[in-house]
Design a protein around this ligand. Structure first.
Ligand code: ATP
Ligand code: MG
Length: 508
């Protein structure tokens, strides 16, 4: 690996694990829940997991964490795969937590047989009440003392569909007084009579995150299981299950979630934006989804650069969206072909230019010599932006304005500008309609000033303006996208993020 970049703390850990021989090689995984489209926060996790594999010459599994049948869907699975490919990452194995349902069930039976799990008939409220608080230990209940035999039978009956949703759960028997509340007999399985996107109606009990994630990592022999900081308190439980089952010791590491200003990143909120019609779809160009950014014209390289730039931290923070926009501009500047468009047109007439059209040789991208040139028709009548003309120019105005006469009768020449890729012109006058709206701008050309010729700077221009030929301009619908939210932190402190929607985020 390269020595130029300093290692982030996860790379440090892996380097040591390889140096000490703890691992001969590593395996990471990216574990999305297929309950929404991937967003820019996920891109960070993707670049981290797949990036580690690239750095250390190893591989990454794509694992769908699909243990929650109600919210998951194959549409999301497909979109996640498409986004990963577009970002340029390849996984070595495509895995599904649901592929391990039989194995996970067997693991649960094993724990029951060891006296480490029991079926509890309590309601969700009772379980919550018995849990205690951070300062008060929880209390066990009578179900905790069920015999192994009874637990085995009840768990089998749960699987067989004898009970309704919520009637029973399977819990790990750990310690109702444990200082970490997550270890106070956590739920392993719940009953949910729901159709699963892959296993259909085969199951009516589903494992909880904590009883699926670590075991899935272990079954795949993931060495470094990297997740976001909110799972730090789950790590002892992750380890407990692995130890009690005596399976491959995967290890969990946590890094800080990345948030962005002017953005909400929770999939639940993004789904709400879609279902309530605040945006057109998950891939609406205003969405912080990878597919939305792709539609907006962001490049995969820009997103990967952004992910690298923000780095890996142990503490949560909010990244300025300006940094993302900078990464996008930096990349597009190098690769995007330039074209001119005029959104609010006003006609420019070059009175001393011949009636015939001329073809200019225009650079496609001044930053890239290999991007070539295009032939750009130039003629007497052009469209320019209305805002590129001022009848009375404000101080410092660098675009077109007509000759001005001072109160003491001195007349100065009109403003001189360059038409991008073409000639320098001088404004000579303008015309207005009956309502006083400017309808035409008049000018004269300096014939020797054609861009790219020896005399191009023989006349000094104040500024450069864009234009489109009247004869050959093409009409187009233009959609101008702005930020979706006008508040830098739309959902901070439990604020209603819908109240922060920017009403002008799309202008057609
Ligand atoms: P949500 O809370 O919106 O449902 P999630 O984090 O639960 O999102 P997952 O599909 O479980 O979504 O995420 C897959 C992986 O991406 C996880 O490892 C998760 O920690 C990581 N991830 C999600 N959001 C971010 C973020 N903003 N920054 C960094 N990593 C993230
Ligand atoms: Mg999750």
């Amino acid at each position: 690996m390269s020595d130029e970049k300093s290692l982030n703390f996860i790379e440090e850990i892996i380097s040591q694990d390889l140096a000490t021989g703890k691992h001969k090689s590593i395996l990471t995984r990216f574990p999305p829940e297929p309950n929404g489209y991937l967003h820019i926060g996920h891109a960070k996790s993707i670049c981290l997991n797949f990036g580690l594999a690239e750095t250390f010459g190893s591989a990454t599994n794509l694992r769908f964490d699909d243990t929650n049948p109600v919210t998951e869907d194959t549409e999301y699975v497909d979109s996640i795969k498409a986004d990963l490919k577009w970002l340029g990452f390849n996984w070595i194995k495509e895995c599904y937590a649901s592929d391990y349902f039989d194995q996970l069930y067997a693991f649960a039976v094993q724990l029951i047989e060891k006296g480490l799990a029991y079926v509890d008939d309590s309601s969700a409220e009772e379980i919550a009440q018995q849990k205690g608080t951070p300062t008060q230990p929880g209390t066990g209940n009578a179900y905790r003392n069920r015999s192994i035999q009874e637990n085995l039978e009840l768990f089998a009956a749960m699987k067989a569909g004898k009970y309704n949703d919520g009637e029973k759960v399977l819990r790990a028997k750990i310690d109702m007084a444990h200082p970490n509340l997550l270890l106070r007999d956590p739920i392993m399985y719940r009953i949910k009579h729901a159709h699963h996107h892959r296993t259909g109606d085969a199951w009516c009990i589903y494992p909880m995150y904590d009883f699926a994630h670590g075991q899935s990592d272990s079954l795949e022999t993931v060495t470094h299981s990297i997740c976001t900081l909110e799972f730090i308190h789950h790590r002892p439980l992750y380890n407990w299950f692995i130890e009690q089952l005596g399976i491959y010791p995967s290890h969990q590491y946590e890094f800080a979630r990345r948030n962005l200003t002017y953005t909400v990143m929770s999939k639940r909120k993004l789904l709400q934006l879609v279902t309530e019609g605040h945006v057109t779809a998950w891939d609406d160009p205003r969405m912080p989804t990878i597919s939305g950014m792709r539609r907006r014209g962001y490049t995969a390289r820009a997103l990967r650069n952004f992910a690298d730039t923000i780095g890996v931290a142990k503490r949560e923070n909010i990244v300025d969206i300006g940094l993302l926009e900078f990464c996008v501009r930096e990349d597009l500047n190098k690769i995007a072909q330039r074209r001119m468009a005029v959104l609010d047109p006003i006609k420019l007439i070059i009175t001393n230019y011949p009636e015939t059209e001329e073809l200019l040789h225009a650079e496609n991208n001044p930053e890239d010599a290999t991007a070539g040139h295009r032939m750009l028709p130039f003629s007497k009548e052009l469209w320019i932006e209305r805002e590129d003309f001022e009848e009375v120019p404000p101080k410092g105005y660098k675009r077109l304005s007509p000759p001005q006469t001072t109160p003491d009768g001195v007349t100065s020449a009109g403003a001189v500008v360059r038409l991008k890729g073409g000639y320098v012109i001088e404004c000579t006058g303008f015309a207005k309609d009956a309502q006083g709206v400017v309808t035409e701008v008049h000018s004269k050309v300096f014939p020797d000033t054609k861009s790219g010729t020896a005399g191009s700077d023989s006349v000094k221009a104040k500024g450069v303006i864009t234009w489109v030929g009247v004869a050959d301009g093409v009409k187009a619908e233009v959609r101008l996208y702005d930020r979706l939210f006008s508040d830098p932190q739309p959902d901070a402190g439990g604020k209603d993020f819908l109240g922060a929607l920017n009403p002008h985020s799309l202008q057609v």
